[in-house]
Design a protein around this ligand. Structure first.
Ligand code: ADP
Ligand code: MG
Length: 255
């Protein structure tokens, strides 16, 4: 049984089809990168999975269960969501930000405190950031808090919308690697939107290419490259290799 199953999803905004006939089944434990040009429907697809966007047609199943059978807020507690702009509450401390969902769930204070400590440790943040305001953190640290907050109620599914897009390349690399390790350790199912094909190839088991609201290609990085005949998909997938080759030429054989 897939962890996430979208069947024949259509979503229109006025005359514009944001998603058209999308079928996508994601197995438990998979790490999927969702790539595609701006406006191709990536965010809409993520929001369809957690019920923030209601499809005009088609069905969404989470662990075999029809998503419509669950009230939206309950669905979203089972599914962690990390936004592009992090979206931490600026007037709350780091600990309070992480505790938002546990509070809503009515956990008692000692349990929340234990969970916050555990989550800070999990995302490799020092315990002393707990009392700070988000503005007192670096961009990378804020994004780690975003991941911790999304994981607070132990979801099995994580949706991430360009989570590392605004970070410098080194921070981005470190966070991507750390998140992949977390995904494996916690046995998560992850769908990550990224603009960066190198990031997709390095982190994901499977790459789904969206264009104009349709899935243009879907497969493991190597098999996609071997099988796709679509020039756009081929160009996208070859970009990281071309970049690596140019780097090697400029920096010498050791790079
Ligand atoms: P992506 O995340 O790939 O950039 P989106 O899913 O945000 O794409 O958007 C897909 C298309 O749907 C775009 O053309 C966008 O303008 C349109 N769209 C998305 N959300 C809305 C909305 N709430 N109202 C109107 N149009 C929208
Ligand atoms: Mg988007």
């Amino acid at each position: 049984m897939p962890a996430i199953e979208l069947s024949n999803i259509d979503k229109r905004f006025g005359a514009h089809a944001a998603l058209a006939g999308v079928d996508l089944a994601i197995a438990a434990g998979e790490f999927v990168a969702l790539v595609g040009p701006s406006g191709s429907g990536k965010t809409t697809l993520l929001k369809t999975i957690n019920g923030l966007s209601e499809p005009d047609a088609g069905s969404v199943r989470i662990a075999g269960e029809d998503a419509r059978a669950l009230p939206g807020h309950l669905l979203r507690r089972k599914i962690g969501y990390v936004f592009q702009e992090v979206g931490l509450f600026p007037h709350l401390t780091v600990a309070e930000n992480i505790a938002v969902t546990p509070r809503l769930l009515g956990w008692d204070k000692p349990r929340i405190a234990r969970r916050v400590d555990e989550l800070l440790d999990l995302v490799a943040l020092p315990a002393e950031v707990a009392g700070r305001a988000p503005s007192e953190l670096s961009g990378g640290q804020r994004q780690r808090v975003g991941v911790a907050r999304a994981l607070a109620a132990e979801p099995k599914i994580m949706l991430m919308d360009e989570p590392f897009g605004a970070l410098d390349p080194l921070t981005r690399d470190a966070l991507g690697g750390d998140y992949r390790a977390l995904h494996d350790k916690l046995g998560l199912t992850t769908v990550m939107v990224t603009h960066d094909m190198a990031e997709a190839v390095l982190l994901a088991d499977r790459i789904v290419v969206l264009a104009g609201g349709r899935i243009l290609a879907d497969g493991g990085p190597a098999s996609l490259l071997a099988t796709t005949t679509d020039p756009e998909v081929r160009g996208l997938l070859e970009a990281p290799r071309r970049q690596a080759e140019r780097l090697r030429e400029r920096l010498g054989g050791g790079a």
